[in-house]
Design a protein around this ligand. Sequence first.
Ligand SMILES: Cc1cc2nc3c(=O)[nH]c(=O)nc-3n(C[C@H](O)[C@H](O)[C@H](O)COP(=O)(O)OP(=O)(O)OC[C@H]3O[C@@H](n4cnc5c(N)ncnc54)[C@H](O)[C@@H]3O)c2cc1C
Length: 331
Amino acid sequence: MPDQDYSGILIYAQLTRENYIHTVFYELLDKAKMLSEKLNGVDVNAVIFTNPKKIEGLEESFKNMGVNKVYYYDDKRLKEYSTIYYSKLIVDLVGQVKPEILLIGATNQGRDLAPRVSGALHTGLTADCVDLDINENGKLAATRPTFGGELMATILCKNYPQMATVRPNVFKVGSIDDYVNTEFVPLEVNLDGVANNVEIIDFKKTIETEINNLDNAQIIVAGGMGLKNEQGFRLLKDFADSIGGEIAASRPAVEAGLASKSVQIGQTGKTVRPKLYIACGISGAIQHTVGMENSERIIAINKDPDAQIFEIADVGIVGDYFEIIPKFLQG
Ligand SMILES: Cc1cc2nc3c(=O)[nH]c(=O)nc-3n(C[C@H](O)[C@H](O)[C@H](O)COP(=O)(O)OP(=O)(O)OC[C@H]3O[C@@H](n4cnc5c(N)ncnc54)[C@H](O)[C@@H]3O)c2cc1C
């Protein structure tokens, strides 16, 4: 049964290095509003680390979003993400406000932060959820793939807060237009006796992160083992360029060295939601499709008419990739 001492939903609002709030926050917020309705309208609050940008510069980002309170820590020691500082301060906040649910986006940062917080709070964390709901007893029902993605498990957490992480693009950002008078609450930064043993000297953007923009891509052209070799992937790049798309790949293609890990789609890769996803030479195993099945339109090219990918494709083209794509490129 729910613990009466704990109430409301708290979401970690990650501030990116470019000083905007990561879109996964809005995806979680949309879902949190739905959870809140099922919990008789409990508060939906956010926590953010604002330095060096002052909270005033960010107030607009929370406007008409239906967030009751934005708790913020502002301190120059929080300028760069620190596992030890951030987790300590979130644990402090949980001690003060006692949320029944704590949601964190499964970004690289969130994947580092969430286990540390749940460990310190001695509570459970369901990572990489694909759905969140409230069960008949008012508990968070967190669904995630299990047994290598073959099954979905719905997990309940005994302790509080009930924690979950969700990857970017799993939930859709709805058109939230929910006026509430959002209160901005400054918090005391108490890091006494907390030694930060990591010093960040420099940040380097790799070419890969600069050129890969899968999270926001409207068109993704993905290649699997049916592309066979580097020539197949060069063709994929030409194809993607010709229609203004970004390239992506299945896990075996990544493992074969044909594409970089950062463009892997699926259970152990990224989740994407483009307007158009073109799957070339991809069989359609569930571990791949969980990462792309929410695309608006799916086109599949596969020479096997019984390939599983056709089950979720809007348009299926049965044929040889090495014949179809060059013809397309020739116009
Ligand atoms: C725990 C776990 C996690 C996993 N995580 C992921 C993940 O994140 N992402 C992921 O992708 N996979 C993941 N996998 C692997 C997954 O189970 C599949 O093995 C994988 O998705 C298959 O990749 P594929 O479709 O590229 O290759 P294959 O299954 O080998 O399929 C190749 C396809 O290409 C077609 N083909 C062959 N030649 C041509 C041609 N000339 N023209 C057109 N079509 C052709 C074939 O008919 C076939 O359908 C995971 C597996 C496990 C166990």
